[in-house]
Design a protein around this ligand. Structure first.
Ligand SMILES: NC(=O)c1ccc[n+]([C@@H]2O[C@H](COP(=O)([O-])OP(=O)(O)OC[C@H]3O[C@@H](n4cnc5c(N)ncnc54)[C@H](O)[C@@H]3O)[C@@H](O)[C@H]2O)c1
Length: 252
């Protein structure tokens, strides 16, 4: 079936790393893309917008902190004013602050939960009315294998990603009859600015590599195909699922 309009995808945290790779891939696949990041990333985001436009569609930058309800609602307002619809939402924005439970500060717990878990909720709540009106939507939430088996010094990060998975399963059940699917991707160890928290030391990199069946660390581009599948009509009958994209670390 052909679509008589260009689909629109919102990608959060799109200036660099996995979000940038997803944004460029969706642009290449024919989506118009609305690319979000915090204002501090404005220059990098502008560069990603330029790269996305080179694929021939429209691309816009939307500055917003996903953990702020006010920011998120003006972001979605601006997106709808410019594109008029939202077909796919990729909640990719996230942060990782490492530290053992015993010394974890309350503010560190809060900021990680606010951006990773609450941010996902706020973006979905703000975009749902448009997707429900259309009777169509593809939600892809980027969680982490850390949300499944955890890792030392990542208690709040793992908790936030487990929250994203639980949230996604509920979305699937609440929205199943509205033409909207909701799925999660759990990246493994991916070489990005965030990934470097784990990977700065070559010895640590070797250990992580050896944990993967494929004996390699992932690149942001390794994540894009599975995201595109969940953003497409090929996954119309798949909802509430979580897919590990980790080169073979977690097998459930
Ligand atoms: N790199 C990995 O190994 C790995 C593994 C599993 C999951 N993930 C997840 O993948 C996603 C992308 O991670 P990455 O490795 O590309 O990290 P990254 O740090 O390179 O990129 C994250 C992006 O999110 C943006 N961001 C941060 N806070 C934001 C906020 N409040 N509002 C809007 N944007 C915000 C950042 O500015 C940045 O552009 C994250 O959700 C992360 O938890 C990454």
């Amino acid at each position: 079936m052909t679509t008589p309009f260009r689909k629109v995808a919102l990608v959060t945290g799109a200036s660099r790393g996995i979000g940038r790779a997803i944004a460029l891939d969706l642009a290449q696949r024919g989506f118009d893309v609305a690319l979000n990041d915090i204002a501090r990333q404005a220059d990098t985001l502008a560069e990603t917008v330029r790269e996305a436009e080179a694929f021939g569609g429209r691309a816009i930058a939307l500055h917003a902190d996903v953990s702020s309800k006010a920011d998120v609602s003006s972001m979605v307002e601006s997106l709808l004013a410019q594109f008029g619809r939202i077909d796919a939402v990729v909640n990719n924005a996230g942060i990782l602050i490492a530290g053992p439970v015993e010394t974890l500060t309350e503010s560190s717990w809060d900021v990680v939960m606010d951006i990773n878990a609450k941010g996902t909720f706020l973006v979905i709540q703000a975009t749902l009315p448009a997707m429900k009106r259309q009777g169509y939507g593809r939600i892809v939430n980027i969680a982490s294998i850390g949300g499944k088996h955890g890792a030392p010094e990542q208690a709040h990060y793992s908790a936030s990603k487990a929250a994203v998975m639980g949230f996604t399963r509920v979305l699937a059940q609440e929205l199943g009859s509205s033409g909207i699917t909701a799925n999660c991707i759990c990246p493994g160890i991916i070489l990005t600015d965030m990934g470097r928290v784990n990977l700065d030391d070559p010895e640590v990199q070797k250990i992580w590599r050896s944990k993967t069946a494929q004996d390699r660390i992932g690149a942001p581009e390794d994540v894009v195909g599975p995201v595109a599948f969940f953003c497409s009509d090929d996954s119309a009958f798949v909802t509430g699922q979580t897919l590990n994209v980790d080169g073979g670390i977690v097998f459930s």
